[in-house]
Design a protein around this ligand. Structure first.
Ligand code: DGJ
Length: 463
């Protein structure tokens, strides 16, 4: 090698070494910055309280404002003799005690009366399109909406939303001393809407069976959490639901089918999917048209997930156990930018408990648990999913990463008077407790459900 050539080679080599180390250091710096950002940006408040979550989307900033609740617990009623007070010291009541007490002075906070009902036919002006979680919600005929444990289908053909749910407008009773509060099956209610706020009653699209006691839909049984999806290969609307006996020992799914979103649905049969118990359940139709059934199984200790057949009328042989040993129910599944998310509740009957958000890269799992998605209200609101239980998550087309979280505030004393808690759900920002890391960085985005006393969809979305 000549001397000048050797000098060029040495200069080039040292030049590339220099730019290599620059690249490496910038990369390290960038990764450190990301890491610091992920640490700082989600520990704003103490006690799990998050003060502000800035969104990627300016249009939904309003929905992400953190609204606190300051509810004063009233002092215990009635006078106690000093001797009684000494014997049994005063028990401090919590907000959840008040919620569960039908005679609580705070009853109106959780179950406001008819006067404050959301009435889309008469709420023109200041209240138009506003959701008030927990208030009575009237349909276009002025009757309280009966669609509990429900789900929403957007029908591309009629460009209409359909809300299906348990029609529970009957008396609440206990089948026996230890039995859970129940309402006889009446059927599946269906409501239609163009704006997700004004709902027209389309009637009972799958009705109870009055006389045949051996029928799954006999009024003495249980029909819960109906969900409807559309199959564009067969042109059929397919409904899956939880079918049970009054003691919840049958633990099955029921399947019904219709040519129209407003029914009537023909009930086909019930079965134990994959041969396993199935209680709380939901459906999810993926972008590729494959639909999935997700259900609580093995005594509610785990969830099972599996694809349906092409006609959506049955499960296939494929099934995975997910969230094993986590004892979750009320699953509500959704997808954002190729990642699957799910909100679930704990298993405490009609009483509210803490929601958890889960995420997965593949719908069949593995699923990871990220933590409690609830933000705002107060600590008890967050620990009780705002005194409600998940049922469905509605994607808002045109607002990627924004959804409506649908939940039920059950009223076990009078189940027909259970309320709807609809709140904005946003996917974005680093997760609180990401278990899965890639090069030390969380893989999952945070799922946040924001408490609001009153809120409405951003104007861009309103139709
Ligand atoms: C909790 C479930 O999520 C509800 O759908 C209902 O089955 C109640 N349990 C009954 O106690």
């Amino acid at each position: 090698m000549s001397g000048s050539l050797a000098r060029v080679v040495v200069r080039n080599w040292s030049g590339s070494r220099c730019s290599m180390s620059a690249v490496v250091w910038s990369l390290v710096g960038f990764l450190l910055f990301l890491h610091l950002y992920s640490l700082v940006s989600h520990n704003g408040g103490k006690d799990g309280e998050i003060q502000f979550h800035s969104s990627h989307h300016p249009l939904i900033r309003e929905l992400e404002e953190v609204e606190e609740e300051n509810i004063q617990i009233p002092p215990p009623r009635g006078k106690r003799s000093p001797r009684a007070a000494k014997r049994r010291p005063k028990r401090t009541t919590t907000l959840i005690d008040e919620f569960l007490d039908e005679n609580s002075l705070l009853r109106h906070v959780f179950f406001p009366g008819m006067k404050s009902a959301i009435d889309p036919m008469n709420d023109a002006g200041n209240n138009t399109l506003y959701y008030y979680p927990g208030r009575i919600w009237l349909d276009t005929e002025g009757n309280p909406i009966q669609a509990h444990g429900g789900g929403i289908l957007y029908d591309e053909i009629s460009k209409t939303y359909y809300w299906y749910g348990e029609y529970k407008d009957g008396p609440t009773y206990h089948a026996h001393k230890k039995g859970a509060a129940r309402v006889d099956i009446i059927g599946v209610g269906c409501y239609s809407s163009k704006d997700l706020w004004t709902w027209k009653n389309e009637g009972i699209v799958l009705a109870a069976e009055e006389t045949n006691e051996t029928h799954d839909l006999h009024k003495s049984n249980v029909l819960e959490r109906p969900k409807v999806i559309y199959n564009d290969r067969t042109g059929k609307y397919v409904m899956w639901m939880h079918i049970d006996d009054a003691n919840y020992t049958k633990a099955a799914v029921g399947i019904a089918v219709s040519d129209s979103p407003t029914g009537p649905f023909d009930y086909l049969h019930s079965k134990r999917p994959h041969g396993f118990e199935s209680r709380d359940m939901t459906m999810f139709r993926d972008d590729d048209g494959v639909a999935y059934l997700i259900y609580s199984s093995e005594d509610n200790s785990e969830l099972h997930i599996g694809p349906l057949t092409e006609d959506y009328l049955d499960v296939t042989d494929v099934m995975r156990r997910i969230l094993v040993g986590q004892h979750r129910e009320a699953p509500a599944l959704f997808k954002h930018q190729g990642t699957y998310y799910m909100i679930t509740s704990g298993c405490t009957g009609w009483a509210p408990n803490e929601a958890l958000a889960h995420a997965a890269e593949s719908i069949m799992g593995p699923w990871e648990t990220m933590g409690n998605p609830c933000i705002g209200g107060n600590k008890m609101f967050r620990l009780t999913t705002f005194f409600a239980q998940s049922t469905f998550v509605v994607p808002l087309s045109g607002l990627p990463g924004s959804f409506i979280f649908m939940a039920d505030r059950w009223n076990p004393a009078d189940l027909r008077d259970s309320r709807y808690v609809w709140l904005p759900l946003v996917v974005g920002g680093p997760a609180d407790r990401p278990l899965e890391f890639n090069f030390g960085f969380p893989v999952w985005s945070r799922v946040s459900i924001y408490w609001h006393k009153k809120w409405r969809l951003p104007s861009v979305w309103r139709v």
